[in-house]
Design a protein around this ligand. Sequence first.
Ligand SMILES: [Ca+2]
Length: 324
Amino acid sequence: MINYIKHIFLLAVLTCFSVPGAAQAEPFEQWLAGFHARAAKAGISTETLEESLANIQPIQRVIDLDRKQPEGKLTFAEYRKRVINDRRILDGREMLHRHRETLAEVESRFGVPPKYVVALWGIETSYGANTGGFEVVPALATLAWEGRRGEFFTRELVDALRILDQGHIELHAMKGSWAGAMGQNQFMPSSFHNFAVDFDGDGHKDIWNTYADVFGSTANYLARNGWNPDERWGRAVALPKSFPASLTGTDVRKPLEEWKNLGVTLPGGAPIPVVGGMRASIVAPDGIGGPAFLVYDNYRVFLSWNRSTYFATAVGLLADSIAH
Ligand SMILES: [Ca+2]
């Protein structure tokens, strides 16, 4: 279900750039031969190329999912209900407790509190329970060949082969979503190269099966995208009746003092805490009449992971729900 929701966003993005009817200009075998040459030129070993590309075929299910038109957009209230249910909150608390030592080590190295690492893990894959059953190489090859955003997926496929070349994971254990998001934190291969870490020090960056590497890689991603250890992500607030919609959205940033003067309060009506120098935005995913959130710089770090405000807000809310 979570992947389904993610796919709606991904499809919405993909659809903007698609050229109907432009797909599959050449037979798959012919495309594969050309890709083989390109990957060899990019430095992928002959051994990896032969092992991973031999006998692969396009996956019809991946094509179907890629071509599926987005259904009607969920409201944030609907999305929130699906993504932050009681089961996920209880499981998150359990995971926070079970992995507390590793998560504490991760926090001391990257400055990201455990609740955010666990919340991202929960929203991406239900704490590793739903990582996607597609083998990444044929899934990416299908998307690279099919044509729609072919160049993007071709580059991701080269990056995927490089992961195999470096020996981080075995070919058939390299699984992910239909669109190539891999392992327990759903990194695309390019994100893997930029942000995955071998936190347990065994020589492999294993975001599929090693919790320490999953947590370390997630925290490293957040830290490298500007996570501020001294701040939270944001908080629920109440807006005054006259609040103009034009002041909502992450493009509008104001000092906390200014929001306070504009009548923004905590949900119960108490004044919002004002910290000098901090700027924030107001996000109201369902419009002025719906829930509203005062969001800080760390919220933008969530947006660097996934551009959806639904996603970013849900991560923050789940983190707060599991930390008790
Ligand atoms: Ca490792």
